[in-house]
Design a protein around this ligand. Structure first.
Ligand SMILES: *[C@@H]1O[C@H](CO)[C@@H](O)[C@H](O)[C@H]1NC(C)=O
Length: 272
């Protein structure tokens, strides 16, 4: 008797798990922040690949390279991210956009026009946004609007390139929870950022159109935890749905120091 009741249940569980295993994983576009290089996402990408995410794109900002003339707007970086999105959309992929720090401004604007529309059937598009200790910049505002009236003391002009700014002490501000080996590995990749991007205004609020989540970092010295939470709180009332708010501990570069945790939280954006 018992068998007759449980067998269909077992069979349907097996079917469900199998269907899940064969379901195509979404593509993941990893958008880094100011001062760090694409290598910032290396360890998280490695974890995602190990979990079966094969379409991973890591963007590389123009604002992180010394150009002449210097980048005067974050829109140049937005265009780069959109170039990464286009082939994925054309290939019919569902896409999760993951943003870090300044990348929150860039990635959000890049999603405009790339959201997956249910009515389009199999055509691809962005299905979720993950803000990994990222700025949530409301349209009409710039990063500088979130600094509380003055530029944080750790942001200093680049001595050779006046249009660029550096982090005064990256080991303390960005990598405060790193092992010595991690610091030695990632410090050489730290680079200047085009100063004008800090005053460049956001245009689009993807959280009104797609589910989003926040990965917060308690030891963060670049975007203090209180600022992370206040940016999160500010957009909940205007969002498609309330964002999950996760806490991974660690500092601003938790995608390196807590890569396994960050990867798992990114994957939750795929559970719909
Ligand atoms: C990050 O990954 C890229 C591509 O695989 C590689 O060239 C680079 O050396 C890596 N950087 C670090 C710091 O691990």
């Amino acid at each position: 008797m018992k068998l007759f009741l449980t067998l269909p249940l077992i069979l349907s569980c097996i079917f469900f798990e199998t269907a899940k295993a064969f379901k195509h994983k979404p593509a993941v576009v990893l958008v880094h922040g100011a001062w760090v290089a694409p290598s910032f996402w290396n360890l998280t990408a490695e974890r995602l690949r190990a979990d079966g995410y094969n379409d991973i794109v890591i963007t590389d900002f123009v604002s992180g390279k010394i150009t002449n003339p210097p980048t005067s707007t974050h829109r140049d970086d937005v265009a780069l991210v959109q170039e990464a999105l286009k082939p994925l959309v054309r290939a019919g992929k569902e896409i999760i956009v993951v943003m870090h720090s300044y990348g929150g401004l860039v990635g959000s604007d890049a999603i405009e026009g790339f959201v997956k529309k249910a009515s389009y059937g199999s055509v691809g598009g962005v299905i979720a946004g993950v803000y990994s200790t990222a700025f949530i910049v409301e349209p009409g505002k710039a990063l500088s609007d979130y600094f509380g009236g003055s530029t944080p003391a750790f942001i200093v002009p680049d001595p050779q390139n006046p249009a660029y700014v550096n982090v005064d002490n990256p080991l303390d501000i960005l990598f405060n929870d790193f092992t010595d080996a991690q610091a030695a590995k990632y410090l050489p990749d730290v680079r200047p950022a085009a100063a004008a991007t800090f005053g460049s205004k956001a245009q689009y609020a993807p959280w009104k159109d797609i589910p989003c989540s926040y990965i917060a970092t308690a030891l963060d010295k670049a975007i203090p935890p209180a600022l992370q939470k206040s940016m999160y709180d500010a957009v909940q009332g205007q969002s498609l749905r309330k964002w999950p708010f996760y806490e991974v501990g660690g500092g601003h570069a938790s995608a390196i120091s807590k890569a396994a945790n960050v990867a798992k939280l990114i994957e939750l954006a795929d559970s719909k």
